[in-house]
Design a protein around this ligand. Structure first.
Ligand code: NAG
Ligand code: NAG
Ligand code: NAG
Ligand code: NAG
Ligand code: NAG
Ligand code: NAG
Ligand code: NAG
Length: 606
């Protein structure tokens, strides 16, 4: 599920050429940058990684060779030697050590050391022979003689081999208590936590490892990312259990309906109608407003219309079939926007059974494309074409499908047709310009934007998307001018179109230019959140600024709100992973040992 990028998500990303993808990618970079700025890089790694482990190893070898007066290089020799040592030093019964408390009480400190070392060696020997229970007995006795993190580590390796992860966690935790930067144990514990699906603990350990490794260890980073993702998916799934489907941001709805030909009032209904007809009329009227309130009202009214038409009882012969089908079609599209594709599909099937229009098939095509059923989607487009080969929306969405699958030539053809058939679809102009840009023809794209601006002088969409392209080329100044124009045009409109997008775009691009722009970015994004309270993008962007300003708690809340607002699972998981990563950083700051490590690394860097 997680690697399925839904059509809708990509659809949105394609419309917002650079910004949506850019902001989210920026967030990842940002998270890493934060971690990196808090710690050092290469210079810190000498005190970390496997090196303390390695020096320990050398020491224990020395100790052993001193006591046995042998040079132990070969593994076989080591084994023989260990067995010989055993016989000499401590009582053995049935191949296992049998050391009473009394015996221990009698030993000198030096003898305890020697016995413990010998027991450990024998434990290693058993471990190599895969006799894990025996190895555990040896290490356990070694621990009775000497509390040593290495023995805990050794025994945890046995438990790991036996898949006894609770005990792995117990032993590694003991080892880590004795030696906090015992990386081998931290990694082993993280692995067990991950297996037990205790992801937050696994993340904590892996984050600590990245600090010890001075952020230069890619494999740990990948592990961390993997666990973070698993954890975030779990959190999102948990949240979804109690989810009430909600409408997305008004600008999302507006750009969705904006790509369709304006709905004319169905025949036979008017302001004076009553009952179901009146509900449908009012629903369409409210959709016409293109405001957040209008969409909320339309949602309720469409449901009332569907109920009042008594759609379950209707047949395609019923006089109300056509109007009921229109109501069902809108009900389906609203459910689709609420990310409830199953209910959406059910409504659209009913609409098709009653009285399909070309648009009904186009809606079904979108629902199918969203679940990656592209063959079915294409069949739907064919059906729409059969009903009306001149239906503009069909070509626009077909173009969109090709655009997203990277077939730009086919997309261009279809967008061109869509534009010819419905010269009022501003998105067709924008997409055509974007294709030119994607094909490397910036000049042509620019000309197309200029021409579109003449045709749609009050459309905030054009400067907004033109701005994205300028920003993508690195001309942030020119881009900001376009974003300002877009914001101004949006403010002048009674309806929603781009909503807060130009504000978000401007904020995200200027904040990449440097820290000195953060205050302005914060102001813009705060405004964006107010303007479009349902914009998950505004929240996730503001959260990043808050994080940069060390307002960690506010950032967490904003990330979580963004996750709740996001329509797709992918977006939810991403916002949640930022929230969870931030929580992890907060927890890290409360750990004095890790904080000291971070400071140490920073000092080493200076
Ligand atoms: C271990 O030694 C004790 C005496 O110290 C003895 O009583 C006990 O039976 C021994 N255990 C085994 C398993 O032989
Ligand atoms: C402990 O040491 C004492 C004195 O050296 C000895 O008498 C006793 O037998 C020892 N006990 C054990 C269990 O080794
Ligand atoms: C026990 O620890 C030593 C020293 O770190 C190591 O060389 C050895 O491989 C470990 N054995 C096991 C079974 O983990
Ligand atoms: C994860 O491990 C920690 C520490 O051992 C424990 O406190 C917590 O309850 C565990 N959480 C889950 C979900 O098992
Ligand atoms: C990265 O970390 C893992 C786990 O601690 C370790 O096994 C590996 O050797 C490290 N790699 C480098 C290049 O330090
Ligand atoms: C919505 O707007 C369109 C275009 O302006 C118009 O034709 C239609 O009648 C309006 N619908 C309603 C229900 O007001
Ligand atoms: C849409 O694209 C497809 C695939 O290239 C093509 O076969 C079809 O002719 C296009 N439609 C129009 C109207 O250009």
């Amino acid at each position: 599920m997680s690697d399925r990028t839904s059509f809708f998500a990509r659809n949105k990303a394609a419309i917002a050429v650079a910004a949506v993808a850019g902001v989210t990618a920026g967030a990842y970079i940002y998270y890493n940058a934060v971690s990196q700025s808090q710690t050092s890089s290469e210079s810190g790694s000498s005190a970390t990684g496997a090196s303390p482990e390695a020096s320990k190893k050398k020491k224990s070898k020395k100790k052993k060779s001193a006591s046995s007066k042998k040079s132990a290089d070969e593994k076989t020799e080591e084994a023989v030697e260990a067995a010989a040592t055993t016989a000499k030093l401590y009582p053995v019964v049935n191949g296992l050590p049998n050391i009473s408390e009394e015996t221990i009480a009698n030993l000198s400190e030096k003898e305890k050391e020697e016995w413990a070392a010998a027991l450990k060696e024998d434990g290693n020997h058993e471990f190599k022979a895969k006799k894990y229970d025996a190895a555990i007995a040896y290490y356990t006795d070694a621990l009775r003689l000497k509390v040593d993190p290495v023995f805990f580590s050794n025994r945890s390796a046995c438990y790991a081999a036996l898949n006894d992860h609770e005990n792995v966690i117990k032993d590694t935790s003991e080892a880590i208590k004795l030696k906090p930067d015992y990386t081998k144990c931290v990694l082993r514990r993280a692995t067990s936590y991950e297996i037990l699906e205790n992801y937050t603990e696994a993340m904590y350990d892996l984050t600590a490892l990245t600090i010890y490794g001075g952020f230069s260890n890619k494999s740990v980073e990948q592990l961390l990312e993997r666990v973070l993702k698993k954890h975030s998916i779990k959190v999102v799934e948990e949240n979804l259990k109690n989810r009430v489907p909600e409408l997305p941001s008004a600008s999302t709805i507006c750009s969705f309906f904006g790509a369709f030909v304006q709905e004319t009032t169905p025949e036979g209904i008017s302001e004076e109608s009553e009952g179901a007809d009146k509900f449908l009329f009012d629903a369409l009227k409210n959709l016409n407003y293109s405001t957040a309130e209008g969409y909320e009202a339309a949602d309720t009214l469409i449901n009332q219309a569907v109920a009042a038409y008594n759609v379950e009882e209707l047949t395609n012969e019923s006089p109300n079939a056509g109007k009921a089908a229109v109501a069902l079609e809108y009900s389906a599209s609203i459910k689709f926007l609420k990310n409830d594709p199953t209910s959406a599909a059910s409504d659209i099937e009913k609409a098709i059974a009653l009285k399909p229009r070309p648009r009904t098939y186009v809606f079904r095509a979108l629902i199918n494309a969203d679940k990656s059923s592209f063959t079915e989607a294409n069949q739907d487009f064919e059906q729409a074409k059969k009903l009306n080969p001149e239906f503009p929306d069909l070509y626009y969405h077909l173009g969109q499908l090709y655009y997203l699958t990277g077939e730009l030539a086919a997309a261009e053809e279809n967008f061109t047709r869509a534009k010819e058939l419905n010269p009022d679809n501003v998105y067709a102009y924008i997409q055509l310009a974007c294709i030119k840009y994607k094909n490397g023809d910036f000049k042509e794209a620019e000309d197309m934007f200029t021409a579109a601006k003449l045709k749609f002088p009050t459309s905030p969409e054009i400067p907004n998307y033109y701005g994205e392209i300028l920003a993508d080329r690195g001309d942030v100044k020119a881009a900001c001018k376009q974003f300002d124009t877009a914001s101004r045009l949006q403010k002048a409109l009674p309806t929603f179109s781009v909503g807060a997008l130009p504000l978000i775009n401007k904020a995200s691009f200027i904040s990449r230019e440097g820290l000195e722009h953060f205050d302005e970015a914060e102001k813009l994004l705060t405004e964006a959140c107010e303007l479009d309270p349902k914009s998950e993008l505004a929240r996730i962007s503001l959260a990043q600024i808050k994080l940069q300003n060390d307002q960690v708690d506010e950032a967490i809340v904003l990330f979580e709100e963004s996750s709740k607002l996001a329509r797709t699972i992918e977006e939810k998981v991403q916002a949640t992973s930022f929230a969870e990563a931030t929580k992890m950083q907060k927890r890290l700051k409360n750990d004095p040992f890790l904080t000291a490590k971070i400071q140490e690394a920073m000092a080493a860097r200076m």
